[in-house]
Design a protein around this ligand. Structure first.
Ligand SMILES: *Cc1c(COP(=O)(O)O)cnc(C)c1O
Length: 434
């Protein structure tokens, strides 16, 4: 991507960035970087800027915790814990087990495993359930399980890209639509697990077909002693979701570590019943099973534990930060543009934080959503808007062809102002088409 230098709109000097970082630290009431630096040897706090060295443009993330945008940035206290852990070897098994016990206690469940992410957690959940249902050796997966129980029951509307995380263990999906389908699938004797995509319950009739709610889903599977996995990867905040779903009876629940929890991007949590998390540990790295390639290093394990502590140091209210204020500030910057209207929406389940929707009439503004997206992306600094921009209603975000969606929660302090200015500029830019 060409890097367009526009010195007049170049607010990203090192000094300014450091200023913003410091005010973020102050606003969160956590030890400043300078303070936490005192706890670690000086050589670990410096370091070269490899983004600059590699020519990788830094972006303003006005999208959200998207994997392709490297999800969240770790808070300074989490980073400091990671730096400290990086300086000492330990026995990996000790760290895995003790971290799991600590997290389980803090998140009110029987067992916990730090995984390589939510996707890795889904694979390990599947492996554990294949093992539980068939009493097989972890090394039998995936090559030696045909003829054994190997089906994961999923509602048609809950099918998604992460199904592959189950397939790689050798499992297959039995798709159900109606309650009768579901009961038949449970009674068939081939199921090892069910998978429930939590955010698919965002709207009644999501994707037109989801008919079975969480409680009924659990009750029926449990009548047949089939463990239920819930994918809640992007569903914190609220903080209480970290124990709500295990409390409801889901046998295993996955969370992404690098999204709202702000741990390392290559970490996640698998929470649940101890007899299953024990099997998860047998399938996890460094054992030579399906989990071997999902290695979680000491830095990520410690980072994930520190992220759990960081999340639990908040109230539900403080976890919502100043997102509303940021959305208001950006809305104010574009409010005088002809035909523009704004709305702030909070999706009910995934990404449960304020998002700003900016609607406009492209005939009046003479610009389209894709032109504005390109303008922000090609400018300096490059800005990414939420990918629901210009799209259909999705997961609680009522977007449309003429709607810009601004995710404000991953913005660094001060970036809300930059996004507002640049959006205004994008609308007012001289038109080169009729
Ligand atoms: C992001 C996401 C995942 C994958 O999470 P990682 O931590 O990146 O592996 C899985 N399921 C859902 C619903 C997600 O949003």
């Amino acid at each position: 991507m060409p890097i367009l230098k526009e010195p007049s709109t170049e607010p990203f000097s090192r000094r300014r960035f450091f200023g913003w970082t410091s005010s973020l630290i102050a606003s969160l009431g956590i030890p400043s970087f300078a303070e936490s630096a005192k706890l670690t040897p000086p050589e670990t706090t410096g370091g070269e800027d490899y983004y600059d060295k590699l020519g990788v443009p830094k972006i303003i993330n006005a999208a959200g915790t998207y994997t392709t945008l490297t999800a969240a940035c770790m808070p300074p206290v989490v980073l400091a814990a990671v730096q400290k852990a990086a300086l000492h070897p330990v026995r990996l098994h000790d760290l895995q087990i003790n971290a799991g016990e600590y997290i389980a206690k803090r998140l009110r469940c029987e067992g916990a495993v730090v995984t390589s992410g939510a996707s890795g957690a889904i694979s390990l959940a599947t492996a554990a359930c294949l093992q539980y249902a068939n009493k097989i050796d972890p090394l039998a997966m995936p090559q030696a399980i045909s003829g054994l129980k190997n089906q994961v029951i999923v509602q048609a509307a809950h099918r998604y890209g992460y199904d592959h995380a189950m397939f790689l263990c050798g499992a297959r999906v039995t798709e159900v639509v109606t309650l009768d389908d579901y009961k038949r699938a449970c009674a068939s004797g081939t199921a090892i697990m069910t998978n429930f995509f939590n955010a698919a319950e965002e709207e009644v009739g999501f994707a037109g077909t989801a008919q079975i709610g969480r409680e009924e889903w659990l009750r029926i599977a449990h009548e047949y002693n089939i463990p239920c996995h819930l994918d809640a990867a992007a569903d914190m905040p609220p903080i209480s979701n970290l124990w709500k779903y295990t409390g409801m009876g889901f046998d295993l629940v996955s969370f992404s570590g690098g999204k709202g929890m702000r741990g390392p991007q290559n970490a996640g949590l698998l929470l649940g019943k101890k007899h299953l998390t024990d099997l998860v540990n047998e399938n996890n790295n460094p054992a030579d099973g399906v989990g071997r390639g999902m290695k979680v290093a000491k830095e990520q394990i410690v980072g994930m534990v520190a992220a759990v502590d960081w999340v639990l140091s908040h109230t539900e209210e403080s976890m919502q930060g100043d997102y509303q204020k940021r959305a208001d500030l950006i809305a104010a910057a574009v409010k005088d543009i002809p035909s523009v209207t704004t709305e702030i929406v909070v999706p009910r389940i995934a990404n449960h934080v304020p998002h700003l929707l900016i609607r406009f009439d492209p005939v009046i503004t003479q610009t389209t959503t894709s032109e504005i997206v390109q303008h922000l992306r090609m400018g300096s600094p490059s800005i990414e808007l939420n990918p629901n921009t210009g799209g259909k209603p999705n997961q609680g975000i009522p977007s449309s062809a003429n709607t810009l969606v601004v995710g404000v929660w991953m913005l660094q302090p001060g970036e809300d102002k930059v996004v507002g200015q640049r959006l205004k500029e994008a609308f007012n830019k001289p038109k080169n088409h009729v």
